[in-house]
Design a protein around this ligand. Structure first.
Ligand code: ZN
Length: 239
């Protein structure tokens, strides 16, 4: 499977997860199912049982997680700056993202991963010292199923950061219809009379009688523009 890889054999509840087989492998060897209390083997091992290479891989993956979450954090921070445009006013903008809250959120997310990894290591060593490699698989336990919990944290943070912005955008869409309608209706009538005589006066003059009022209006606007005024004068002289 893509994500889940350990289920409770008794009640089939998902116990542990990893994405594309990427996992540090650190954690209690046995997790207790939060639903039916069955002891489930996680396939994880404690820090004291890790080889040197495995410990190196732990820190390599920690750096990878931190980098990945930093990128997600920058996204959350950027969305937050859309929700609160005045946040970080006057601070530099790099690649379209504000230093605060954008990149600050990225650093915060990376620090969160680092703290979590040190915490897990510390807990692992305490379990080893106590001689019991058993942990809970509850939702607030950070020893197993960590990727999914961090993923949920990201989704919640993104939703919280973006909620005011999305709300404003939706509210703005409905508010613009009644307010914006009167404004454009005023402008077109003022623009049409100026353009209409110049284009249509010559063509309509033959067919319709109203050209007289058009001719009366054009001299008032004509003195500023020489070309429209010259043409009617030429035609009048010819007639
Ligand atoms: Zn169970």
């Amino acid at each position: 499977m893509l994500f889940w890889h350990v289920w409770c054999p008794n009640c089939r509840r998902p116990i542990d997860s990893r994405l594309w087989h990427i996992c540090t492998g650190l954690g209690p060897k046995i997790a207790i199912c939060p639903k039916c209390r069955t002891q489930v083997s996680t396939g994880r091992r404690e820090w004291d049982d890790f080889s040197g290479a495995r410990r190196g891989m732990y820190w390599f993956l920690t750096a990878l997680y931190a980098f990945f979450f930093a990128a997600l954090g920058v996204g959350v921070g950027h969305v937050l700056s859309l929700s609160a445009p005045s946040l970080g006013d006057g601070l530099p903008v790099v690649y379209g993202v504000r230093v605060f809250p954008g990149y600050a959120a990225g650093v915060l997310f990376a620090l969160l991963v680092a703290v979590l990894q040190f915490y897990r290591l510390n807990r692992s060593r305490k379990r080893s010292a106590a001689g019991s490699s058993v942990g809970s698989a509850g939702i607030f336990n950070l020893q197993v199923n960590i990727q999914r919990k961090l993923g949920m944290l990201f989704v919640l943070a993104l939703a919280a950061a973006g909620a005011p912005y999305v709300y404003r955008e939706i509210a703005g869409m409905y508010a613009k219809v009644p307010k914006g309608a009167p404004a454009p209706s005023i402008q077109p009538p003022a623009a049409v009379p100026d353009e209409a005589p110049a284009v249509s006066a010559a063509a309509d003059a033959v067919e319709k009688t109203p050209p007289v009022p058009d001719a009366a209006e054009t001299p008032e606007a004509a003195p500023e523009e020489p070309t429209p005024a010259d043409e009617p004068d030429v035609t009048n002289d010819d007639v």
